[in-house]
Write a protein of this length. Structure first.
Length: 84
């Protein structure tokens, strides 16, 4: 998990602005050189600024990919179609 958080912080360039990999301050992303322009643009143009632009982009809840690490319940609803 440390590698994922560090990887995300390095690409987003916020690793130097914070002493915590869990800080996740979006305003500090992509402001320090060198900026990874591809990932920055991908996030700027995506819905809600959430996209999976690079490996470990799911850290800090910044991707469109959602995981549940410790579920306690699952509800499944299937709708649509014609009943048989």
């Amino acid at each position: 998990m440390v590698a994922a958080k560090l990887g995300g912080a390095l690409v987003r360039t916020d690793v130097l602005g914070s002493n915590s990999l869990d800080a996740c301050v979006v305003g500090q992303f992509y402001v320090q050189s060198p900026v990874q322009k591809y990932a920055q643009l991908f996030h700027q143009l995506s819905i809600g600024n959430l996209a999976y632009a690079f490996g470990y982009d799911d850290t800090c809840e910044q991707s469109s990919f959602i995981t549940v690490d410790d579920p306690t319940k699952v509800d499944i609803q299937i709708s649509g179609g014609t009943p048989l």
